[in-house]
Design a protein around this ligand. Sequence first.
Ligand code: PXG
Length: 439
Amino acid sequence: MTALTTNQLEAFWLPFTPNSEFKRRPRIVSRAEGMYYFDQDGRRILDSAAGLWCANAGHCRAPIVKAIQDAAATLDFAPSFQFGHPKAFEAAAKIAALAPGDLNHVFFTNSGSESTDTAVKIAVAWHRARGEGTRTRIIGRERAYHGVGMAGISAGGMVNNKRWFNALAFQADHLPATYNRAEQAFTNGQPEWGAHLADELEKLVALHDASTIAAVIVEPMAGSTGVLPPPKGYLDRLRAITKRHGILLIFDEVITGFGRLGAAFAAERFGVTPDMITFAKGVTSGAVPMGGVVIDKKIYEQFMTGPDHAIDMFHGYTYSGHPLAAAAACATIDLYRDEGLFQRAAELEPYFGAAVHSLKGVRHVADIRNVGLAAAIDLDPIEGAPGKRGFETMKTMFFDKDVMFRVSGDTLAFSPPLIAEKSHVDEMFGRLAEALAAA
Ligand code: PXG
């Protein structure tokens, strides 16, 4: 395969990328298998990021590939407005079966961002349908990432996603982030400190009154801003406070869903059941775009009380429950079950945690956090150039050490496919230690 020329690189504006720099020396992969990407020259690169936190079953797995191929040849598209097709129902049932409590209904989207928009709209509509139409306020959290749709921008807590687009966003309040380096540095797993930060929700209730608040949305473990595991007891408190005030609790499990934390959902791992769970990424192991919201039956049933000819909720996407995505989801969830991949992630967690913490003391390492098969390493920023050390480390690792991972500022994030072996874990962190020591 020949390398792409500069002209061929020009048209595609890559998302969340410095494009000019990228096009001078592009990082391009053209094939994938299991734990590895391959570049156009056949160089093998260890995928320590499951793509973008999504290829949880590993890449190009045969049963998923076959399901997509069969679907493409059998039913390329079918509408989900007023009509249906079998695989969408099958996928919804499989997802609902994995979700805890009464989270029995699934609304399909195509991405995490659309899932945030959907969950927030359902929350506001549900309160209105019950006669509490004043409940419209959404509460997110600092350092949250809920995607780039309007609800994600509004409820999210990353400054670069907000400041450019603030004029378009709706007003939302934010709980404080749960991370505090002075209290939590180099914690392996959930920090002891920080459960009390959930009590800030009581202050927001006192300020605005519960009758104006529709929902709280949080990532059970913040992913994009650098793997922030919830402090012990934090999610339980959030659940208790939301329940007390009739506020819906939404877990954004776009990253934590489908085994990342060693259970189907983080809700299961942490023993806290929200009213809605948003998902995407791992539902198809990244093979076809798909997202959605798992919804508690009390919410769903509230919408089912109108006349027979009337639409119950004015929301949906052309590609909600797309046949290829639904087929991929069914095959992926079956593969997770058949290979016991969630359990496997749980079993590898102690080894993975010890391996990442072995980098404590390595040059430039300022903090390390982990839970499940997710870990982040904060590097000390280069003075006057925040983000540069992270960016340079990512490039060195990709080009010279054959390892791919995610970088956000000076934070490196690791989230390998759940099929990872101990040798892969040694490889990713061993090579990183070498690269940092030489930098
Ligand atoms: N919620 C969460 C918790 C996410 O992590 C989204 C929503 C949005 O999903 P879509 O499918 O619209 O992108 C995400 C996305 C990173 C990284 O490097 C994380 C995401 C996407 C790209 C990069 O951490 N998460």
